[in-house]
Design a protein around this ligand. Structure first.
Ligand SMILES: [Zn+2]
Length: 163
């Protein structure tokens, strides 16, 4: 039997370098803009690009629940409007809580899939910062670790004689 293992770090926002604190603070501020009238669960995400620019997104719910979009995918969808020569260094995700919960949020399965495709496209690892309102953070250095045995475009690159 093989075992899947990866390294992760649990720390506090206050112990991070200033530019990563800024990344998380951008995610926090964006969470206030979330449209979440059904769950009341407001999520914010921020993407750090190689040149230092930030892209942000928040969750956007819908009465037809599956039509809702998560904060991480909302932030990453802004990549298409940014400088494509800049790769994604990191993504942070957090949520609002009146109780300042110490439980870091993690991307859902669809967002993990989306983050991983960006990583594969740019061929550089994306660090994922999963944050809690009290400042607790779990850091994973490579999005691949969040989605082992993933589905990817390599499965779609079929020889033409199969079609
Ligand atoms: Zn999601």
């Amino acid at each position: 039997m093989k075992h899947f293992q990866f390294n992760f770090q649990t720390t506090l926002k206050s112990k991070l370098p200033p530019h990563f604190q800024s990344l998380i603070e951008a995610a926090e501020q964006t969470a206030y803009k979330a449209y979440a009238p059904y769950s009341h669960f407001k999520v914010g995400a921020a993407v750090l690009l190689q040149d230092g620019n930030l892209l942000t997104g928040c969750n956007h719910e819908n009465a037809a629940y599956p039509a809702g979009v998560c904060a991480e995918r909302a932030a990453l969808s802004n990549l298409n409007m940014s400088n494509k020569s800049q790769h994604v260094v990191a993504i942070a995700v957090t949520y609002l809580s009146n109780d300042h919960l110490a439980k870091p949020i993690s991307p859902c399965g669809i967002c993990r899939q989306t983050i991983l495709e960006v990583q594969q496209w740019q061929n550089k690892p994306i660090t994922v910062y999963m944050c809690a309102p009290d400042g607790t953070i779990i850091i994973v250095d490579d999005a691949q670790y969040l989605l082992p045995f993933s589905f990817g475009s390599e499965f779609l690159d079929l020889p033409s004689d199969i079609h």
